[in-house]
Design a protein around this ligand. Structure first.
Ligand SMILES: *[C@@H]1O[C@H](CO)[C@@H](O)[C@H](O)[C@H]1NC(C)=O
Ligand SMILES: *[C@@H]1O[C@H](CO)[C@@H](O)[C@H](O)[C@H]1NC(C)=O
Ligand SMILES: CC(=O)N[C@H]1CO[C@H](CO)[C@@H](O)[C@@H]1O
Length: 367
């Protein structure tokens, strides 16, 4: 203790200094906790320490502004089925609207069409045609074509941007999306149903012990992910191999079911020692997420069913509904009726955004 002369009475200056020092230490500690939320994860040969960024904490505005923009290329894997096409058209419409807004770091856009031949949207949406897997290899599980599509696209295309966003047709950009990734740490959305820690036995067939604990596998799929191109170039071929191996393994096929290809991406990236910053604000999923807030992508994979009182009737066809699966054979009509009062903002915004896109896309229901 310095500066203390007579017992029982500290000098006011000392108290002020002490208070200041205390403030500083606390401040730095809090900042450190916010920045590096925790905690080394994974000690395997290839694992980095995990950066966990609390999605609620925003970077201060002035810090953001000083950074140079690092645009990412939007890569949308798709087929030529009408069901995929109408979603792609809406997706591309909102990409064009968001691209030039101030906080956006969007660069170019490519629909990676894995049907092996051009379709009728080639003039509307920038597209590269790639091959599907050879007959029978996907065993009816069409999304197995995604990793193969990325492998081909990365080999063939000249991509100006250093970063890539892997997107899907049922994504709508609702706020301008910055480059959320951070050098060697791609950004990904954590899915609650991808649970590596609860599937250790099956995952070990594809993720050997020497790579560390299965918790090195992130609870994610390949989309949405923003990732540095060189990392994706390493991961994509492994992702393809792992997804085919998983599909051939009856146990993995059964346990992972419709999310097999998501597990395959998560495993492949972990095999390369790449770990993702998990961003809950990357997207929202109506009807479960009620508000848009500062989130970036609306993912409309779940049906939205409500009664006329505005109550969710999930699993039961609602008196009012919007469900992409009601439109498997062709596009939904223009000007879908808005939901009844009481339905959450996320669902109302989704319908309004679909309506705005379909009102402005020429020949909406004639192509
Ligand atoms: C993928 O599998 C094939 C066939 O087993 C093999 O030749 C190739 O080296 C593998 N590639 C990667 C990146 O694992
Ligand atoms: C959309 O439908 C509503 C009724 O649901 C109607 O009032 C409105 O005029 C329509 N708008 C367009 C642009 O057709
Ligand atoms: C807004 C944002 O997080 N931008 C990131 C884009 O990518 C660069 C390079 O990795 C990061 O430094 C930025 O923070």
């Amino acid at each position: 203790m310095i500066g203390r002369k007579n017992t029982g009475q500290a000098s006011p200056l000392f108290l002020i200094l002490l208070a200041l020092a205390f403030f500083f230490v606390t401040y730095n500690l809090v900042i450190a906790i916010i920045r590096y939320g925790s905690v080394g994860r994974g000690v395997g040969p290839n694992s980095y320490n995990r950066l966990s960024i609390d999605p609620v904490i925003e970077m201060p505005e002035n810090v953001k502004k000083q950074e140079t923009k690092l645009p990412y290329h939007v890569a949308l894997t798709a087929t030529d089925a009408p069901y995929s096409q109408w979603q792609c058209r809406i997706m591309y419409y909102w990409y064009k609207k968001m691209k030039h807004l101030p906080d956006s770091e969007m660069g170019g856009f490519t629909r990676v069409l894995h049907s092996g031949k051009p379709d009728n949207l080639m003039d509307e949406i920038p597209t590269m045609v790639v091959d599907p897997l050879p007959d029978g290899v996907d065993r009816g599980y069409i999304v197995l074509n995604r990793p193969w599509a990325f492998v081909q696209w990365l080999e063939k295309a000249t991509i100006e941007e250093e970063y890539i966003l892997m997107a899907e047709p049922d994504h709508i950009f609702v706020n301008p999306l910055p480059n959320l990734s951070n050098e060697g740490y791609p950004a990904a959305f954590p899915f609650f149903y991808i649970k590596p820690d609860q599937n250790e036995k099956v995952l070990r067939k594809f993720f050997p012990e020497e790579y560390g604990p299965v918790t090195n596998i992130d609870p994610i799929g390949n989309s949405p992910v923003i990732i540095r191109k060189d990392l994706l170039e390493k991961i994509a071929p492994t992702w393809m191999n792992v997804s085919l191996k998983m599909k051939e393994d009856p146990e993995a096929d059964k346990v992972f079911g419709w999310v097999l290809e998501m597990y395959a991406y998560a495993v492949a990236s972990a095999l390369h020692g790449v770990q993702h910053v998990l961003r809950k604000d990357f997207m929202l999923q109506p009807p479960w997420d009620l508000e848009i807030g500062k989130k970036f992508i609306i993912h409309y994979t779940y049906g939205c069913d409500y009664n006329l009182k505005g109550e969710l009737t999930y699993g039961k066809i609602g008196e009012w509904r919007f469900d992409k699966r009601s439109h498997l054979r062709g596009p939904p009509p223009r000007n879908i009726s808005l939901p009844p009062p009481g339905v959450p903002e996320s669902v109302v915004t989704l319908v309004k955004m679909v309506n705005e896109a379909t009102a402005n896309i020429p020949n909406w229901d004639t192509t």
